[in-house]
Design a protein around this ligand. Structure first.
Ligand code: ZN
Length: 198
């Protein structure tokens, strides 16, 4: 079942989500919710979906970066973007390793049609439970680390617009027209520094 995705301005996206108990995780309700969240993420399509985005303030998110999403992309290496198999993170604790100095355009299913440059850390450590309630320790880097930071932010009521360089906020239409082919530094020079567009 495809679920309705909450969009910016809905209060659930600004609430702190609550942790799930082991009993809850193993319940038919949460198990079927995971399936529906997976279907909703793939349909969008997106590489992550957090429970608050479907209106539920629960500390749970699904993540998957499929090979088919990478077809035709030329910046996979630069973004250190690799295939991430489908998995569920529940009650995560995140440890940011190193400075948040990696800059790329980022989007969110809850802000459809927009994007902005968001600085993130290239490395994170995440301790969480999986869909069976088993403890997991994830060491992630590159784009996967960005996905984890983005999704776990959702569980604390944060959105990328809280962390973005606000002057780089752009409609996807304008991003595709002007900024997609430019380097991040060129985009920052124009959008943030006010230099002339070449
Ligand atoms: Zn999001």
């Amino acid at each position: 079942m495809k679920l309705k995705i909450s969009t910016v301005g809905e209060s659930v996206l600004r609430q702190q989500a609550r942790p799930l108990s082991l009993d809850e995780i193993q319940s038919p309700y949460i198990q079927s919710l995971i399936e529906h969240m997976c279907e909703t993420m793939r349909d969008a399509p997106g590489v992550g979906l957090a429970a608050p985005q479907i209106g539920l303030p629960l500390q749970m998110a699904v993540i998957e970066d499929r090979a088919e999403y990478h077809k035709g992309l030329t910046d996979l290496k630069e973004k250190e973007r690799e295939v991430v198999p489908f998995h569920v993170i529940i009650n995560p604790r995140i440890q940011i390793v190193g400075p948040c100095d990696i800059e790329f355009f980022e989007g969110c299913l809850s802000l459809p049609g927009y994007t902005a440059i968001v600085p993130r850390s290239s490395k994170v450590l995440v301790e969480c439970l999986n869909e069976k309630g088993e403890p997991q320790r994830i060491e992630a880097s590159g784009w996967y680390a960005r996905i984890l930071q983005h999704e776990i932010d959702h569980l604390y009521g944060s959105l990328y617009i809280d962390r973005m360089y606000s002057r780089t906020f752009a409609s996807l239409e304008n991003y595709n027209r002007t900024w997609k082919e430019k380097t991040i530094q060129e985009s920052l020079n124009v959008l943030v520094q006010g230099k002339k567009l070449d």
